[in-house]
Design a binder for this molecule. Structure first.
Ligand code: AMP
Ligand code: ZN
Length: 468
């Protein structure tokens, strides 16, 4: 497999630390609100990555955190804790908010066929791990206490901006909301590992620590949670592009300072879903959710199909027109597959050959649109229907758009259409029998229909039928 690695800015052959095994980490949601369909674009593409690795026979262990504390209104450690903001907005406790939106997140993921990672760990479960890591960073001189908070000292590193040669200004694009300077920081890029004294006295969740009662910064959670479950070496870490700076930059800084060696080899970043007015974001207030798409009558999997049609390293613009188009294409494709006969046995050699084509095409930096093209190629290929079904079923493990699952409504419509055609033909036959004064045959046709639960009635407007 080939993956574009943000760390080296190159498409590289993917080689894990241990042959055949992959340690994978994903930044999870901040559960203060519903996930918007932009967030879910990232999770869909990360799901494709995980499934593509498994499809290529890697033994994958994937870990994801749930941010239920420490993510402040700005990614640069300023403003109110997002969780507290959510709790105030809904007049609930922070833990109630966390539970509600974590459940909502996984329910959205299920609708989009996004597999739940092997390990899901909320940040509030790991306070002791955070404290232990911060203690070591302090001991090794990578952290300092100022204004009663604990900061990471970025001046202790040879390189802080690891994601290439962007200017400081370009990197700051990822920093959301307004940023106010913290006077306690020795260097502009230093970040908080542990807050004890904060501007917001009403911070809901606080824990005892060697530095006083307080709460962890946001970045520390991903370093700790990944090391807790995946150890000191990680193969691939993913998130949306906005996570590159400061979040992932800070994760690398503190993890490598703590470990004393390189931490993660591949960084996979999904570009944003934008609406016509710009980036979709929760802090904007109004945003599109999976439930909203459903309320408007869309199948969530048509949204997944829409995402798969374009490459994860390009921004994607959402519009309802584009989703309508994707829905139409998706439905037609499913119909073509539903029409394939189920009789016979699949040609296993052909299935193998076509699986290899998929690995080659989609495994080339998650080229999902090529994956869809391959489905059409299979439909056109000189293969029998059952073999086509078997190949498409295997592709759908990665694409996960229920290509072989018959739409219940469509199936019901198909049955209705078939029944109607049959009844109308019988009515015509009966009409002809009556015309020829063959009343015995006409009655026999009526009885035959009745046996099938169909009642016909002669009315002034003609013959009508209904189910008995
Ligand atoms: P959050 O819940 O804000 O922590 O974000 C969850 C994930 O969604 C992170 O990986 C973000 O980088 C990603 N993300 C945020 N906004 C977008 C967007 N508009 N398009 C795609 N991914 C996004
Ligand atoms: Zn993270």
């Amino acid at each position: 497999m080939k993956i574009y690695n943000t760390l080296t800015r190159k498409k590289e052959d993917f080689v894990p630390n241990v042959e055949g095994k992959v340690n994978m980490y994903t930044c999870g949601p901040t559960v203060y609100h519903f996930a918007h369909i932009g967030n879910l674009r990232s999770y869909i593409m990360e799901d494709v990555l995980e499934k593509m690795l498994r499809y290529s026979d890697y033994d994958v262990k994937r870990v994801m955190n749930i941010t239920d504390v420490g993510h402040l209104a700005s990614d640069a450690d300023t403003g109110e804790d997002k969780m507290l903001k959510g709790a105030k907005r809904e007049n609930k406790t922070v833990m109630e908010i966390a539970k509600f939106y974590t459940d909502a997140f996984f329910s959205d993921c299920a609708k989009l066929n996004i597999k739940t990672p092997d390990v899901v760990e909320p940040a509030t479960n790991c306070i002791d791990n955070f404290i232990e890591m911060i203690e070591k960073l302090l001991k090794d001189g990578y952290a300092y206490q100022a204004g009663e908070n604990i900061y990471f000292d970025t001046s202790k590193l040879d390189t802080y901006y690891v994601f290439g040669n962007q200017s400081e200004e370009e990197l700051m694009v990822g920093v959301r909301d307004d940023v106010t300077e913290d006077e306690n920081k020795k260097n502009k890029n230093d970040f908080v590992l542990w807050f004890t004294k904060s501007k917001f006295e009403d911070q809901a969740l606080k824990w005892d620590s060697p530095w006083g009662v307080g709460y962890p910064g946001w970045h520390i959670e991903c370093s700790c949670i990944s090391m807790k479950h995946l150890g000191e070496y990680m193969d691939i870490h993913c998130g949306g592009v906005d996570n590159m700076f400061p979040h992932h930059t800070n994760e690398i800084a503190q993890s490598e300072a703590y470990l004393g060696h390189k931490w993660c080899n591949y960084w996979f970043h999904v570009h944003h879903l934008n609406d016509q007015s710009g980036k979709m974001s929760k802090s904007k207030g109004e945003f599109l959710t999976v439930s909203l798409l459903e309320e408007k009558g869309y199948d969530p999997l048509a949204y997944r199909f829409f995402c798969l049609q374009s490459h994860y390293r390009k921004p994607l613009i959402f519009s309802f027109d584009a989703l309508d188009q994707a829905t139409g294409t998706y439905k037609k494709l499913k119909k073509r597959i539903a029409d394939l006969s189920k009789e016979g046995t699949a040609d296993e050699n052909a299935v193998k050959e076509y699986k290899a084509k998929f690995v080659e095409a989609v495994g080339n930096d998650m080229n999902t649109s090529m994956g869809i093209t391959l489905v059409y190629d299979v439909l056109k290929a000189d293969l029998d229907d059952v073999t086509k079904r078997a190949i498409i079923e295997s592709y759908d493990y990665v694409l996960s758009i229920d290509l072989l699952k018959e739409d219940a409504q469509e199936a019901a419509n198909d049955v209705d259409a078939e029944l109607e055609a049959y009844v109308l033909a019988k009515i015509e036959e009966r009409k002809a029998a009556k015309k020829e004064k063959n009343f015995a045959l006409a009655d026999a046709i009526r009885d035959e229909l009745l046996e099938k639960g169909i009642v016909i009635k002669d009315t002034r407007e003609g013959v009508v039928w209904e189910r008995a």
